[in-house]
Design a binder for this molecule. Structure first.
Ligand SMILES: [Zn+2]
Ligand SMILES: [Zn+2]
Length: 248
């Protein structure tokens, strides 16, 4: 485990960023996950062994993964993408709340430490340069960098987004795949075992395309780690947000 740099420690002292609960905003005693005693995230425990999303059945795989080909070896996701997780992700992405990358990385660290994955480097889903300039950062990269503060592997930019894709949110899985083709390219040679970071997995089309490119560039294994993932049964736009309602 790497020691935090002195500069980072100083920034923490000058601008402490983890004294408020990441869900309710209440002042808290700093803790790894940035949560107060009353707030919880819906930890993803019953997941598909391939894509890592919450599954509804009792088998190892979700219905979508059973029999389908994906390029990544395994994916895991810390929490289910319910309204609470969505709010955190949106503040990180669109609200300038970069400090959220730190508690998010702690959730990912827990998964990584329990996994048997070989990790040569941590990579992240790229953003188009124009979009990244506009936002000021790539949130997946922020999470990856935070994660690397705690493990003995470097964060490497292995992919480049060559075309700004139109908003994927309203497209179905097939259209997303089509929309993504040729929009990502390898940026250098990947090491053998890559862990790819993203904030959210919805259909998995984005990380799958990234994994395809990484494998084509020479990676032997690509593991995917995301903070949140949409459970097997889509619920994002449903008025109720308690995902237990959707479980059998
Ligand atoms: Zn709270
Ligand atoms: Zn699956």
């Amino acid at each position: 485990m790497k020691k935090r740099s002195i500069v980072n420690e100083l920034i923490q002292v000058l601008y402490p960023d983890d004294i408020k609960c990441i869900v309710c905003g209440r002042e808290i005693h700093p803790n790894r996950y940035g949560l107060c005693g009353d707030c919880k995230l819906d930890i993803n425990v019953n997941y598909c062994v391939r894509c890592g999303r919450h599954k509804v059945g009792t088998g190892d795989h979700c219905d979508e993964c059973a029999g389908s080909h994906v390029y990544f070896d395994e994916a895991r996701s810390a929490v289910n993408y319910d309204a609470t997780a969505k709010d955190i992700v949106q503040r990180l992405k669109y609200g300038g709340a970069r400090y959220l990358a730190k508690p998010i990385a702690q959730f990912l660290l827990d998964i990584l430490l329990l996994s048997d994955w070989r990790v040569d480097c941590i990579a992240f889903v790229p953003m188009h340069a124009k979009r990244e300039r506009k936002r000021g950062y790539n949130q997946a990269k922020l999470i990856a960098l935070e994660l690397c503060e705690h493990i003995d592997a470097p964060c490497i930019s292995l992919l480049e987004k060559t075309t700004a894709t139109v908003n994927q949110a309203k497209l179905d899985r097939a259209k997303r795949l089509e929309n993504l083709k040729g929009t990502v390219k390898a940026d250098g040679d990947p090491p053998d075992n890559v862990v790819l970071i993203d904030d959210v997995m919805t259909t998995g089309a984005t990380v799958n395309e990234c994994a395809r490119i990484l494998k084509r560039a020479g990676a032997k294994s690509v593991y995917v780690l995301t903070f949140a993932s949409v459970p097997e049964r889509p619920l994002l736009d449903a008025p109720q947000t308690d995902i237990s309602l959707f479980r059998r």
